[in-house]
Write a protein that binds this ligand. Structure first.
Ligand code: ZN
Length: 338
């Protein structure tokens, strides 16, 4: 990926958490700093938190800023890798057209690179995790939302400006529930943890006979995907039915991805994937029923290997990658001139 002695500062900016780490080209994390995203404070407050976390990560690795070659940041939302701008982020209120890459470049006095968090996680799994050596795969994370990244021919599919790979916002049901992106019936509005919790709340409100509430201290606002899972494990039939419905929609989306991209592998990460067979097995069945047989048989479905570190490792990998590309461009130009 890069010269062995190079180090990169990786930053995984999430809607609720910031993870920073000093990372080498082998994907080893020499330090790790975990903090809360002060999302309500807007861009400047969040950027301050990133800087403070970065300082702690550098200290943890016993180096200064001069010890790293670059900074790679993964951010949620529409991140333009070419312009370095985070156009909008559903999880970060107040972020509109923030030139995050240049801001970090300015504050760190270091080359910085910006990538969407789903794409970063895909790269992390590609270089260091479950998809090592797999040239055609799709990473899907299913948690509060659904995100992902698409790798084609060993490269992240960026689209024209880095906005590609928003798998969570493909329309699955044209008249489905509203998504926070403004559209209706998006994959994440039907199959994510938030969708599952909302569906459960609705069933409870309409008087369904279920014990789900008893696992949520009797409070409907405390019903989460995890609570539904717990109820299902205890044999609650409505909870099981709700999970099967989410699994059904998850499978429909997987079938679309299989037919469109003919991947060798689909890597599934995110908190909801920890439900395991209860969610994934029925989802794979639906995907099998709906996708082309030949394409489906070629796909291996595997669980992500890097857990919470996939994003920060991928952001670092992206920085290593981009530096290498820039290096190759420079030497090609030098050859041409010479
Ligand atoms: Zn959407």
């Amino acid at each position: 990926l890069a010269e062995n002695d190079q180090l990169v500062l990786g930053i995984d900016l999430g809607g609720t958490k910031i993870l920073t780490s000093v990372i080498n080209p082998q994907g080893e994390m020499l330090s790790r700093d975990h903090s809360i995203t002060p999302a309500a404070k807007g861009p400047e407050g969040v950027i301050q938190a990133i800087l403070a976390s970065s300082e702690r990560a550098l200290m943890g690795a016993s180096i200064g800023l001069d010890g790293v070659s670059a900074v790679g940041v993964g951010a949620p939302g529409l991140a333009d890798t070419e312009a370095g701008i985070l156009y909008t982020s559903p999880n970060l209120p107040g972020w509109e057209n923030v030139p995050l890459r240049d801001i970090l470049q300015e504050r760190f006095k270091k080359k910085a690179f910006l990538i969407n968090d789903g794409n970063a996680a895909a790269l992390g799994e590609y270089y260091f995790g479950a998809a090592k050596g797999i040239s055609h795969f799709i990473y899907v994370t299913i948690s509060t939302g659904i995100g992902g990244g698409i790798v084609v021919d060993g490269k992240i599919l960026k689209g024209s400006r880095g906005l590609a790979g928003e798998v969570g916002h493909m329309t699955i049901a044209d008249e489905g529930p509203l998504c926070h992106c403004g559209n209706r019936g998006c994959w994440e509005a039907l199959a994510s943890g938030t969708a599952l919790a909302k569906a459960a709340q609705k069933r409870i409100e309409t008087g369904a006979e279920t014990a789900i509430l008893s696992y949520a201290e009797g409070r409907i606002d405390k019903v989460t995907a995890q609570i539904v899972q717990t109820a299902a494990e205890k044999g609650d039939s409505i909870a099981n039915e709700l999970i099967l419905k989410a699994a059904y929609y998850f499978g429909v989306g997987l079938a679309n991805l299989v037919n469109i991209f003919n991947p060798e592998m689909i890597v599934i990460g995110g908190g909801l994937s920890n439900m395991g067979d209860r969610l994934l097995k029925p989802a794979y069945q639906v995907a099998e029923e709906r996708a082309f047989n030949r394409s489906f048989r070629m796909v291996r479905f595997v669980r992500a290997a890097l857990g919470r570190n996939s994003g920060v490792l991928g952001a670092a990998a992206f920085a290593f990658d981009e530096m290498k590309r820039a290096g190759r461009r420079r030497s090609a130009e030098a050859t041409k001139k010479g």
